[in-house]
Ligand binder design. Structure first.
Ligand code: 5GP
Length: 138
């Protein structure tokens, strides 16, 4: 398996070299808003320690990340009055992964509302307002 590259964008976010809109953090995990949101409230949960994805993650990293995923997913569902939550997680390029630091996507979903296509930068004011909705429900 390819080695972890500490120049990936999420490693830079963890080191404070790139800004992020934080939703939640604890000793082991960070949740922040996706900069190209495919849904209102689209956010990402990452471990604070290095691993590329699920394939090389330790039990402890996965347990910590999944605890935060559940916690934020519940808050996102409440904060957005959502009908459901979609989780996405990609592993290696062939699996759809683009940033090689383990992350889970959390998407609040509403009946009949499709996810937007990937790759479009979001409006920062809207992203910040969406983060606040989740934070308020945590
Ligand atoms: P994946 O690796 O799961 O395919 O996608 C990586 C995700 O990271 C994408 O949803 C993309 O919008 C997001 N992303 C890429 N660069 C940045 C960034 O600099 N900041 C934030 N907050 N999200 C990013």
């Amino acid at each position: 398996m390819t080695a972890y590259d500490d120049q990936n964008i999420f490693a830079k976010i963890l080191r404070g070299e790139i800004p992020n809109v934080t939703v939640y953090e604890d000793d082991d995990t960070l949740c922040f808003m996706d900069i190209m949101p495919r849904t209102d409230g689209h956010c990402l949960v990452i471990p604070k320690t290095p691993c590329r994805n699920v394939l090389d993650a330790s039990d402890a990293q996965l347990a910590a990340v999944m605890r935060t995923v559940r916690r934020v997913a519940r808050a996102a569902k409440a904060g957005f009055d959502a009908d459901g939550i979609t989780l996405q997680q990609f592993n290696e390029t062939a699996g759809g992964q683009e940033v090689f630091h383990l992350h889970f996507h959390i998407h609040p979903r509403h009946e009949g509302v499709a996810m937007r296509p990937p790759g479009t930068m979001g409006d920062m004011d809207a992203i910040k307002a969406h983060a606040e909705k989740i934070r308020a429900a945590l």
